[in-house]
Design a binder for this molecule. Structure first.
Ligand code: ZN
Length: 261
């Protein structure tokens, strides 16, 4: 009987006292939500400001390749945390059980949204990035000598301007060098593109998630013979694996191009 009275008493008191407490919590949660949203937006905005102030197509290319997805991901996580606070900023009634339920539901919803956004960023967004990267990579470079657009040399033409180390790198490490030439003055600009940082389209699932994960030299090139290297590709989405054999150029040919005198 005494217990029942206490219970009734507690219940009767409930709507009176804790309301103040909820108000301060609600206010705090709303403010935390606004702070999170502001920080999240600043992270994204900061990225785009830094990108727009980055000079040069190659520098922009590297910046996007390196930071865009991770910056957006961080921004989204902070925005979602803000959303979790906001979803709990209008509490009028609470019991220990409801606290547990709220924490559980909030965490679950937050996780679901995070997983959806993560998948979008990982598997769909790279298509959009790829388009912009292609534009940046092949946008005619301007010669600092003449101010005119330069010409992008073909694979065959560029060998004359790449030293031995660069050519070996192009063969071995999934590295691509682009050589731009100012035909008027002969000015040369060389840009390096790293293959292992850059995903290709997967032949199996078509997502932009196909990357070189390992390279093994099967046969070192010698004076008389060509070498061979095997590049291992792995798709980060469907797990599709592929091997590609690449012929390593002969050492002699490399030496020729670097020692013209
Ligand atoms: Zn795939």
């Amino acid at each position: 009987m005494a217990f029942l009275l206490v219970a009734i008493g507690a219940y009767a008191q409930d709507p009176e006292e804790p309301i103040e407490n909820y108000d301060s919590w609600n206010g705090l949660a709303a403010n935390l939500a606004y702070v999170c949203w502001a920080i999240g937006l600043l992270v994204a905005l900061g990225y785009y400001i830094k990108l727009s102030t980055t000079k040069g197509s190659k520098e922009k290319y590297d910046f996007i390749n390196k930071y865009e997805i991770s910056s957006l991901w961080i921004a989204v996580i902070i925005l979602i945390i803000g959303g979790c606070f906001f979803a709990n900023a209008a509490i009028t009634h609470l019991t220990p059980v409801l606290i547990g339920v709220r924490i559980f539901v909030t965490a679950a919803m937050g996780l679901i949204v995070a997983v959806i956004v993560q998948n979008l960023l990982k598997f769909y967004y790279p298509f959009y990035i790829e388009k912009r990267l292609k534009v940046l990579r092949y946008m005619p470079r301007i010669s600092p000598k003449t101010g005119k657009p330069m010409k992008l040399l073909s694979e065959e033409e560029e060998d004359a301007y790449l030293d031995e180390g660069m050519q070996a790198e192009e063969n071995v490490f999934s590295v691509d060098y682009d050589v731009w030439k100012d035909e008027e003055t002969g000015f040369i600009q060389i840009e390096k593109y790293a293959g292992h940082l850059h995903a290709l389209q997967c032949p199996e699932c078509n997502y932009q998630t196909f990357k070189v994960v390992k390279e093994e030299i099967v046969k070192q090139p010698t004076d008389g013979e060509e070498g061979e290297i095997i590049k291992h590709y792995l798709c980060g989405y469907c797990g599709y694996k592929a091997k590609k054999s690449v012929i390593l150029k002969q050492q002699t040919k490399m030496e020729q191009s670097t020692a013209p005198a």
